[in-house]
Design a protein around this ligand. Structure first.
Ligand SMILES: Nc1ncnc2c1ncn2[C@@H]1O[C@H](COP(=O)(O)OP(=O)(O)OP(=O)(O)O)[C@@H](O)[C@H]1O
Length: 631
């Protein structure tokens, strides 16, 4: 049999599989047959086809060197398999490069570790509440975070830069950006060199969509606020309308000072931004309007811009005056309900918005709020340059919504997303056991008394005074909030109930002492001890409870629903009691997130009764202990 005279024998290289061998032999045989047919004949006539010289095997032909003929594969036809060093077999994946192999094995092993680590999450898996974030992605973000150490590294206007320490984080020393700020600020400022598919496709400036997702109490508000204020100031400097307005105002002032001219009336021309803000921040509740609005206001004193808080806590007149002030308005903080009702009557309100931030996006994009939030996004869309969604959790429902509605959204997530920090301890109290015998109210009161007693054992910072501890108690149903608060009061505890039933004005007052970072103190007195020392646990049926012997002097308690769990910055709260087991990991994260904020320590106590999911609680506790992301 005729064989080609070459060291890189075709058959040898085609040993990958049996099937491959057969195919190649067939091809080789048919090619050889043809070659034999066209070898120089005895008559000396030149052959039309012959085998290639050995040194030419595998060398590119003139055709191969250039672009291969379109639509024609190299292996097509009876000679397709000849003169090749490698078997280019269709359907068989190409060998991956060493680098690719290494990368996959690293992420694969991480993925396996991840799966192994979370295999214990049986009960949580049933809930499937949170969207997964791969550990590969988390590891990549860690590297980026490590490269940033100071706010000075961000390309900010000098006034914005200096206001971070003098206004936003006033009184703090050694200020550094938090992980979420290190990721989000450069991205929102556009100072990252990102070669994004969506950007390269369109040459015209396109709206940029971002999702900022980071653990509770990690400084997400500043992560979007700093770049937004910077953008507002840059836009103001480049705005021709504002320039013309300022010029006009200047000239009028000069004319007024010129006593030789008859004094003309000062221009009543409104500022170009009157009733048409550049940036809007949407938050779900009036409390958050106040919280975020106060931070914006603090910046406005030194950066010089105008901001307004709009919520149902303010009268219609106040809202109108703020929005349509002749001096203009740059940044508005509002709830979606109020803003959309204003936009219904005055659509121009959204006509110049370039930056729209949806804070607590997991709430504002869920079923209750979503139609309103989406309508605002749609209305603002023509002028919108940046849409920023911000959240402490990415529920699966929101994740799939984002994939559909904002497929190009850039996800800025921190390595610890969905993990409750280890510095927060979780204690579990079995309410069914002695001494509570199924009485959750009693268990709750007893825990609060115990916290109070432990706190009284330590002296406060001021002589003759003692610290007053703030405790948040979370219930699942709003009706329960009032009932639990009343019970706690009957046990000598200073407790209040906060739910949607509470008038808005009152809600803000109640939250004020829980959001203030100023330590609460009271006059030092002998502590009454534990609840058992002071109150009888069992009252025989038909007997009225005896009057409260002693009051618990060093505790302040707020019994609340989810209303108090979203976004409220309760820096000073060290203890959170979960009266009810939360419905999902999302609620666990938000409720426990009211303590242990910004690197502080915290303690959660969950009361587990007969009908509560003990398996869920056990898995959350284990996840917290391991520092793992919940699922
Ligand atoms: N770089 C920083 N250094 C120190 N403290 C900071 C820094 N950034 C923000 N803070 C403080 O951290 C606290 C929490 O910030 P913020 O309310 O923005 O958290 P969050 O991530 O939005 O929390 P949540 O998810 O609960 O809404 C605030 O009191 C804020 O002043």
């Amino acid at each position: 049999m005729l064989r080609p005279k070459t060291s890189t024998c075709l058959i040898c290289s085609f040993r990958a599989t049996r099937k491959v061998q057969q195919t190649s032999i067939q091809q080789w045989q048919s090619a050889a047959a043809l070659s034999v047919k066209h070898l120089p004949s005895k008559t000396g006539r030149p052959a039309r086809m012959s085998l290639a010289e050995a040194r030419q095997v595998g060398a590119p032909t003139s055709k191969q060197e250039g672009a291969s003929a379109p639509g024609r594969r190299r292996q097509d036809g009876p000679f397709g398999g000849m003169n090749l060093k490698e078997a280019r077999i269709r359907g068989v994946p190409e060998r991956r490069s060493e680098m690719q192999e290494r990368r996959t094995s690293a992420s694969g092993s991480r993925g396996r570790e991840d799966a192994k680590g979370r295999s214990g999450y049986k009960a949580l898996k049933m809930q499937r509440a949170l969207a997964p974030v791969s550990y590969t992605q988390r590891a990549l973000v860690k590297e980026r975070i490590a490269a940033i150490d100071s706010f000075e590294q961000f390309k900010l206007l000098p006034s914005v830069q200096s206001s971070i320490s003098t206004q936003a984080l006033q009184g703090m020393t050694d200020i550094r950006p938090t992980p979420v700020q290190r990721i989000a600020i450069p991205a929102l400022l556009g100072s990252e060199n990102i070669n994004r598919r969506s950007r390269s496709k369109a040459s015209a400036p396109k709206r940029e969509d971002f999702l900022i997702a980071a653990e509770t109490g990690s400084g997400k508000t500043l992560s979007y606020l700093i770049p937004t204020i910077n953008a507002v100031k840059l836009a103001e400097a480049a705005d021709a309308d504002i320039e013309a307005y300022e010029k006009e105002l200047q000239e009028e002032k000069l004319r007024q000072n010129d006593f030789s001219l008859p004094s003309p009336p000062l221009s009543s021309m409104p500022h170009p931004t009157t009733g048409r803000p550049r940036a809007i921040i949407l938050v779900p509740t009036s409390e958050l309007v106040t919280q975020v609005g106060n931070l914006v206001k603090a910046f406005s004193h030194t950066v010089k811009f105008r901001s307004a808080m709009l919520s149902s806590s303010f009268s219609g007149k106040v809202i109108r005056n703020r929005l349509f002030s002749p001096k203009g308005i740059d940044i508005v903080v509002s709830t979606p309900h109020l803003l959309s009702s204003i936009a219904d009557s005055d659509p121009n309100i959204l006509s110049r918005v370039t930056h729209l931030i949806v804070d607590e996006a997991d709430s504002l994009l869920d079923r209750g709020f979503s139609p309103l939030t989406q309508a605002i996004i749609d209305r603002a869309n023509p002028s919108l340059k940046q849409l920023v969604l911000c959240s402490a959790t990415i529920p699966r429902s929101m994740d799939s919504f984002l994939h559909k509605r904002f497929p190009d959204i850039r996800r800025l997530t921190t390595p610890n997303l969905h993990a409750i920090p280890r510095r927060v301890q979780l204690g579990v109290v079995d309410v069914e056991r002695t001494p509570y015998q199924g009485n959750k109210n009693l268990a709750c009161a007893d825990q609060i008394w115990s916290i109070g007693k432990a706190a009284a054992d330590h002296d406060g910072p001021v002589k003759g005074e003692m610290d007053v501890k703030r405790v948040l108690v979370f219930v699942n149903e709003r009706e329960k909030a009032q009932e639990v608060a009343e019970y706690l009061v009957s046990k000598g505890i200073d407790a209040l109930a906060l739910s949607r039933d509470t008038p808005e004005q009152r809600q803000s007052e109640m939250l004020a002492s829980f959001t203030s970072s100023v330590p609460l103190t009271g006059p030092k007195e002998n502590h009454p001890g534990t609840l058992a020392d002071n109150q009888p646990n069992y009252i025989p049926p038909g007997q009225a409870p005896p009057p409260v012997k002693r009051q618990l002097p060093n505790m302040k308690v707020l019994v609340t629903t989810d209303l108090g769990s979203r976004g409220i910055d309760t820096l000073a709260v060290r203890n959170v009691i979960l009266y009810d087991v939360p419905h999902s990991t999302i609620d666990f994260i938000h409720r426990l997130g009211r303590t242990g904020r910004m690197g502080r320590r915290g303690r959660g106590i969950v009361l587990v009764g007969k009908n509560d999911r003990r398996d869920v609680v056990a898995e959350v506790k284990e996840g917290m202990f391991k520092g793992q992301a919940l699922i």
